[in-house]
Design a protein around this ligand. Sequence first.
Ligand code: PXG
Length: 301
Amino acid sequence: MAHRASKVYVNGSLVSRNEATVSVFDHGFLYGDGIFEGIRVYEGRIFKLKEHLERLFMSAKAIMLTVPLSLEEMQEAVMETVRANGLPDAYIRLVVSRGPGDLGLDPLRCSRPTVIIIVEEISLYPQTVYQNGLELASVVVRRPAPDALNPAMKTLNYLNNILAKIEANQRGLVEVLMLNHEGWVVEASADNIFLVRRGEIVTPPTYVGILNGITRQVVIALATDAGYRVREENMTLFDVYNADEAFLTGTAAEMVPVARCDGRVIGDGQPGPITKDLIERFRIYAKGEGVLVPRLNAIQA
Ligand code: PXG
């Protein structure tokens, strides 16, 4: 395929990449005041689009941001942007910020939210991570308590996760494990965590302060359908170290086996049989599911 000119959706218009700009007075930029979603396209189908849009609207409601499009209009805008980019396999970034205001905090001074949709090629973790499992470490920075800044909201305020990522970089790791202020294991910097213990699958409950990942929800459903027992239960690092298997889930990463955490080998240090079974089920499911983007392939040709 020839080099494509990517198109970015900005407030209702599809513009070229270098024309895609927002105001320096946008409170998304000044304060991280806004929300976002990351969504995948597999073979021309947008994976769990409705679920991602529903979560976007839930985040919007929680921060009292009125999305200037209905869910149906937003769905149409996402489809249009995917079609304009002609990529059958892609990563979509959907952003709604509070919009341009003045230098004060007050969101009432922002006249109109900014809506941005970016469609890019995906970059997954290195293939070796999927084959051999990745190494995790628990980090110093804690995930905020739900009554401070609820991690259930996918807001533009990702500095907590970025601080975790900085710790990851310092240790030469691609992902790290985060605890809440009580010491419960909650999630990774951009992925949810699952353990396998004596044939059962365990993941932290949403109330400990996590993003209720769309991939997490899909994996719970696929595992349950396959006859596995899945429980949402608080876990400590002790439980992680002593799990038979562990894996992470996220839109960009999909499902990644975990081989080690804080220097402890998990299970036998190889991706376990239940993890491998679920990864296979997820891959098959991801390719068949999703909203087909009409005429996407016609544009590619
Ligand atoms: N927890 C957190 C904190 C996240 O940011 C997930 C879990 C997984 O959720 P989904 O719905 O994707 O299964 C996320 C995912 C990226 C990237 O490029 C991913 C996220 C945010 C920013 C970047 O990998 N969110």
